[in-house]
Design a protein around this ligand. Structure first.
Ligand SMILES: [Zn+2]
Length: 333
């Protein structure tokens, strides 16, 4: 496809901007800074928002740099697509496209091209980190359809809106270190989920009635597709007890009883469900959000607990120098 070809041709002209993280030394140096998509001019922040959120930006950067996870982005940027008739019952004018399969192992050139395309994506996206999306703790990717993406991308730019819930909770001294780490993980996951949408918007110029399916997949949702690719399913946090405890602390402070410093015991738990799953599709449909579906999507059939220690190690540099950076396999449960 033309976009893919142009991106590949652009490689030589962009060498000054792209630095492949091929050697251990370079990889280590890269870990000291953030991925270019999170460069400071892209982050619309308030106060010390970027400092508070730094662990999430670093984790999201590591997941973008790690070679084992580049297949997803290579498909989004470079795969040829085939339009296929929308199934019966689809909304009028809905158009379905299917990516051709990605090669199982990317070549060195394909890896370089994918890093370069992710680097170029930095000029097509901004992050609003103090937003109020409908759901607490979430994010959304706003299409800026009247703002063309930077060539050679042929689509449009995006604004990623991240709920102010993250800033407010991560800067709350009553929250335990463990729960903050769960929330940093969720923030990193949200940043990448929305970035997946932004990548499709930039590379493909996705219209609201267009859906891009990975080969063999029944649901087209770029963000969850990436989450499943990274974590082996869709991870959600159970935090009802956590929220209730935070409300109690807030109430006590309002009544003048406590002066901060109270630490809420770790209360957040994480669960993984297979993706795709019918429940998520139904949630989307109830909210009136657009999601592409082909055929019958099964229910999740149970959920697995995510071990905190598996989340914790994602924030360790050593993990990325060894297993994570080299082989992927995040083994969350
Ligand atoms: Zn999404």
């Amino acid at each position: 496809m033309a976009v893919a070809k142009e991106l590949m041709n652009h490689r030589d002209g962009s060498k000054r901007r792209y630095k492949p993280t091929t050697s251990k030394k370079e990889a280590k140096a890269a870990q000291m800074k953030l991925h270019n998509v999170f460069r400071s001019e892209n982050l619309h922040v308030r106060q010390d928002c970027d400092t508070i959120m730094m662990p999430a930006f670093q984790l999201a950067s590591r997941l973008l740099w790690a070679e084992p996870f580049l297949d997803f982005w290579h498909t989004v940027f470079f795969s040829s697509i085939t339009e296929t008739p929308s199934p019966k019952g689809s909304k009028p004018d809905t158009r379905h496209f299917i990516y051709s399969a990605s090669p199982p192992h990317l070549t060195r050139d394909q890896i370089r091209q994918t890093h370069q395309a992710l680097d170029l994506l930095s000029s097509c996206v901004v992050f609003e980190l103090n937003s109020s999306p409908p759901r607490s703790g979430g994010g959304r990717c706003k299409h800026l359809r009247s703002t063309p993406a930077t060539p050679p991308f042929q689509g449009h730019k995006s604004e990623i809106q991240i709920s102010s819930y993250f800033y407010n909770t991560l800067s709350n001294s009553a929250v335990s270190a463990q729960d903050k780490m769960w929330l940093q993980f969720e923030l990193a996951k949200t940043l990448l989920h929305e970035l997946a949408h932004a990548a499709v918007n930039a590379a493909r110029g996705r219209a609201s009635n267009h859906f891009y399916f990975f080969p063999g997949e029944k649901v087209a949702e770029d963000g969850f597709q990436l989450e499943a690719f990274l974590f082996g399913g869709a991870i959600t946090l159970h935090r009802e007890d956590f929220q209730a405890e935070l409300r109690k602390v807030k109430e006590k402070k309002k009544n003048g009883g406590e002066r901060g410093g109270e630490v809420v015991a770790p209360l957040i738990e994480g669960f993984r469900r297979p993706w795709p799953c019918r429940e998520v599709v139904e949630e989307y449909e109830e909210r009136g959000s657009c999601i592409g579906v082909r055929g019958t999507v099964l229910g999740h059939g149970g959920r697995e607990g995510v071990r905190f220690r598996n989340v914790e190690r994602l924030f360790s540099e050593r993990f990325w120098e060894e297993d994570g950076g080299a082989f992927g396999g995040l083994g969350m449960v």
